[in-house]
Design a binder for this molecule. Structure first.
Ligand SMILES: [Cu+2]
Length: 143
């Protein structure tokens, strides 16, 4: 049996690719990839912290079909935000706007935490990042 690596993951951190490949190789074959266990625990409230141009994680998970609140705090001089996309955005305004854009939180400065609300998501894999620092990114799983 061959394990296939999904296509659009080339820019994701190697550890996430490995975790995803392992998840999709385990258990029964022929399952839909979206059904695979997320490599991180779903939470009802996202509490993110930006430090050193990192969210400290590249994996988030929330329950599908219910809204979830999140907060972002920062200790960095530079602003950060939390933006959630259906697919990793390219540079075009279209990519950065709905419907590809799911939510974009306010700009967050050190000592001024912000909150955001993620609407009901259908099951699947989404892409989060800081728009100021696209290298701060990861996968958000709705499960
Ligand atoms: Cu940032």
């Amino acid at each position: 049996m061959r394990c296939h690596t999904p296509g659009p993951m080339r820019l994701i951190a190697p550890s996430i690719v490995l975790a995803t490949v392992l998840a999709s190789c385990g258990g029964d074959d022929g399952g839909m990839p979206e059904r695979a266990e997320p490599p991180c625990e779903p939470v009802m409230r996202l509490e993110l912290r930006a430090e050193g141009q990192s969210f400290g994680t590249t994996c988030l998970a929330v329950p599908a079909d219910r809204p979830v609140r999140g907060t972002l705090e920062s200790v960095d001089i530079e602003p950060h935000n939390f933006a959630l996309y259906r697919e990793e955005p390219g540079p075009t305004q279209e990519d950065l706007s709905p419907p590809n854009l799911v939510v974009r939180g306010d700009n967050t400065f050190a000592g001024e935490p912000t909150s955001f609300r993620i609407p009901r998501l259908s099951e699947g894999r989404y892409y989060f990042r800081c728009d100021f620092h696209p290298e701060m990114n990861g996968a958000l799983h709705a499960v």
